[in-house]
Design a protein. Sequence first.
Length: 483
Amino acid sequence: MADLPIMMPAVPEMFLAVAGMVLLLLGAFAPADGAERTVTKLTLVAMAVALGLVVFVVSGGTATAFGGMFITDGFAVFMKVLVLLGSLMAVLMSREYLAHEGIGRFEYPVLILFATVGMMVMVSANNLMSLYLGLELQSLCLYVIAAFHRDSLRSSEAGLKYFVLGALSSGMLLYGISIVYGYTGSIGFAGLAEQFAIGGQAEIGLIIGLVFVIAGLAFKVSAVPFHMWTPDVYEGAPTPVTAFFSVAPKIAAFALILRVMLDPFGPLIEEWRQIIVAIAVASMALGAYAAIAQTNIKRLMAYSSIGHVGYALMGVAAGTQDGVRGVLIYLAIYLVMNIGTFACILSMRRHGDMVEGIDDLAGLSASNPRMALVLTAFMFSLAGIPWFAGFFGKLYVFMAAIDAGLYTLAILGVLASVVAAYYYLRIVKIMYFDAAAEPLDRPTGRSLGLVMVVAALLVATFIFYPGPLVNRAGEAAASLLAG
């Protein structure tokens, strides 16, 4: 690894941070009537430029910065691309909703931009302190946008619950970090990896610290038993915020889990694997069964995300290069199918008002057959129906678990998938076989329609052109484990 005197590895993050500060000042001093629209457009441009910087400027090889606290490698580049795409699409999908609800303010895209900076720092964290700084920068922004609809009691409640439980998880993470530092005298990933590679039995105090670190990170991906905030926050937050929560922060947190577990704590895999397996099983089970009784589609998607976290954790538990590759493929596919689903949810209106009930989808195939077809593709993919993209995402993590000898975990994952398929197929049944008391409005926003169509095409055609994603994920996994 090269420790560059200039901060070239962190150029995308520094660019976004400066852009965020400039846009904050622009929004504050620009005329009020056009500030929100201008800042939103410039935020999209800034994210697109950052994406170009990640792909074309810092994607060559492995390098560190800030005294080894920040690392850029193939794994970081892959995950940052997913984070930026998720954030960019979330801002794009928000424009019409915020204007319709009368809550469009320039602070919204700026908060998402700063949260994205935090997520990118998380992905490149090479030290327990930089890990925490990135995590908190992201979290502080997310607390605010969860309660962005200030006149809504549900939104305010969602923001408060997220803040209180998020503060608790941060405390647990810091406590775990302090215990690890107390036993090892190091917070750098390279230093920790060297100590653990020596071998020998890990001390019980160190294992306790590791448990607290895992608990703090598990909260960020809403894994059971640290999921309690997810259904209420998903339901109460504005729908574009929920869509954002379901993809970009989750992807960044998974990047953090993979780097922490397999880089510094890789030699202790036998100590932490059983914890990850238990969390994965509990998440898959709760996600499969708790969603069955839901009538609100946003709460259903909350439990769905908990279940999908369990499937992705199977690849983490495997602890192999194939396991990491499986997780990366799964997260890329999850990003597409979740963003597409939320684009459909944002289009669910009756007489101009948002509706969130699953039963409101009745008769959609007759009133809007194209939207029904697109949503069916997303439901089939989320359920893991062959030959949609979601099937291959699960296939890669299941195969990684089997190759690692985790046969029971793989079997439980398959059984949970079968149960979860019920509530996805139930939505398809409601759209095609139930009669509507009153049809939904036709989608009017161009950006939502574009997101839906592109996401549906990617989900439906992954089988014909899987090579680029699979190859890039394999290279990123190799880059992580080589470090």
